[in-house]
Design a protein around this ligand. Sequence first.
Ligand SMILES: [Zn+2]
Length: 200
Amino acid sequence: MAELDNLDVKILTHLQGNSRKSFQEIAKACLTSVPTVKSRVDRLLELGVIRKFTIDIDNSKLGISEAILIVNAKPIAVNRIAEELLGLEEVKELYVTSDSDAAIISRMAGDMHRILAIQDRINLTDVNNVRIMSVKTPFRKDTTIPLASSSITLTCAYCDRKVTGDAVRKKFDDKDYFFCCNTCKAEFEKKYMKLLADAR
Ligand SMILES: [Zn+2]
């Protein structure tokens, strides 16, 4: 697993919020230099931590429908059907489950007529049952990484020591910062306020 430090996590948080944010903006918010941000992003890409830079489109504004597809199929056919489905542009996510009644579950998005015609578009041999449920209201939790999770090594934004135990979190200018203790938080706050005051 990739070891990320505080700066990596901060950069990821900025890019998750807006993948078009410039290195200049990120560097400024992280109190670091543009080349540092660039080399960190390059490393995160190299490590595969960042898979791609993408955009979040509101499908409903484009008249795109979403549906959940559940396929019950004989075990022998599951992989073949999954492959076939993955070839369809409407298939956005696909899971092969351990449930024999719902061997394949997929989220689809696109033209509803084409989604509903799925049974004509795949080979139905060994398929027992296909269900298509139109999505009425999609609720999505964002994919923000759980920053408080123990798998990420956080360093205190003030003293730079490794944070052991619960980090103290504080938002400055809408960005999350993590501290090892309340004293560091208070000191950072002083420094940050002074920086802000100087900038004015
Ligand atoms: Zn500290």
